[in-house]
Ligand binder design. Structure first.
Ligand code: MRU
Length: 346
């Protein structure tokens, strides 16, 4: 497979071992590199639900292997139950359902013979498709960057969230390789801290100059640090091009508009959901309040305090400058252009 540029520090975060899926436990990063072996679809669903692996494209890839594991244990009859289990692991990222449906489709067209080998092959093909999509997005997205770019990103839309280079971080890394990136400001991303734990870790390993900011510093940084763009990933893009991503993304888009800064979204076609008419119809995962009330198990609020943790928010398409997909760049951002680029339809 040809690469846009050599990835010097490949993060081995999901490894297909032929009879199981080995998953890097991202909950322990950046402190420790430790793996979990998933031998069943239930194991993959649990690792996904518990956030050992996360990021929209990556949970899709893992679910595809989960379907192969279902076929290994129970053949064709085991697929519907495994599909339901895997799809329910997390509700917002549509890549999960997309991957599972792709495997069900592959099973329907399995030539007589080994269903497990057939689905394992289909899962590997899905995984490799994401690597290629990342590379194409990196090239397209970097073409939007100019020399001396100073960018803000949110959550982790990097190698840890995909099969390849990453979506938003893939663009940043390739643009850096081309000498276009002067500095990156990853937002910490409360409450799960994907920005500080994962994105900063990736950027530092790749030697991309980066400075961590807390989420509430973004307005000040936009105003004072000559920010050229905000670049984020997405978990689901609705038919009208509204963009769902990690909680806090919507606020960044409003701030970017106020400061006249381009707001760029990068996502593969597997993230686009033409069945969901607009952002208001996207299911938003509500996670445990304890993730807000505690850090590493230690309380940071009074005992008995209430909290909420909607894990995602929706940015109206009017606030998005461009959506970079592997099929092309959607700009101006609206439903018609999304359909034209992603489906190749007028
Ligand atoms: O809850 P997470 O960590 O799975 O959320 C991940 C994000 O919101 C990412 O920005 C998104 O999945 C895009 S990843 C290429």
């Amino acid at each position: 497979m040809s690469e846009v540029f050599p990835l010097k520090d490949p993060v081995r975060h999901i490894i297909w071992k032929g009879d199981r899926l080995r998953v890097l436990d991202q909950r322990l990063l950046p402190r420790r590199i430790s793996y979990i072996d998933c031998r069943t679809p239930a194991g993959v669903a649990k690792a996904t639900k518990d956030m050992a692996l996360r990021g929209a494209p990556l949970i899709g890839c893992a679910a595809a292997f989960g379907m192969a594991l279902a076929a290994k244990k129970g053949g064709k009859r085991a697929l519907p139950e495994a599909a339901a289990l895997l799809k329910s692991a997390r509700p917002t990222a549509v890549n999960l359902a997309c991957a599972v449906d792709r495997m069900l489709e592959a099973a329907r067209f399995c030539p007589n013979g080994d269903l497990f080998a057939h689905l394992a092959g289909a899962a590997l093909a899905f995984y490799e498709e994401d690597i290629l999509a990342n590379q194409t997005m990196a090239k397209l997205g970097a073409s939007l960057m100019h020399r001396g770019s100073r960018v803000i990103t949110h959550c982790n839309a990097g190698a840890l969230a995909t099969a390849g280079l990453g979506t938003a971080v893939g663009i940043i890394r390739y643009a850096h390789h081309l000498g276009k990136i002067e500095h990156v400001y990853p937002c910490e991303t409360r409450p799960y801290l994907q920005g500080s734990r994962l994105t900063l870790w990736e950027l530092m390993r790749a030697k991309v100059p980066a400075t961590l900011i807390t989420d509430n510093m973004a307005a000040h940084v936009m105003k004072t640090q000559r920010i050229s763009a905000v670049i984020v990933g997405s978990d689901r893009i609705a038919a009208n091009a509204d963009v769902c991503n990690k909680i806090g993304t919507y606020g960044l888009a409003i701030l970017a508009r106020h400061h006249g800064i381009p707001f760029i979204v990068a996502a593969p076609a597997t993230t686009v959901d033409f069945m969901t008419p607009d952002g208001s119809a996207i299911p938003i995962e509500e996670r445990s309040a304890s993730e807000v009330l505690e850090i590493h198990g230690r309380p940071i609020a009074p005992a008995g305090a209430r909290a909420r943790h909607p894990a995602f928010d929706v940015t109206p398409h009017e606030l998005v400058t461009a959506i970079v997909t592997e099929k092309g760049i959607v700009r101006p951002v609206n439903g018609r252009n999304l359909k034209r680029i992603v489906l190749g339809k007028k």
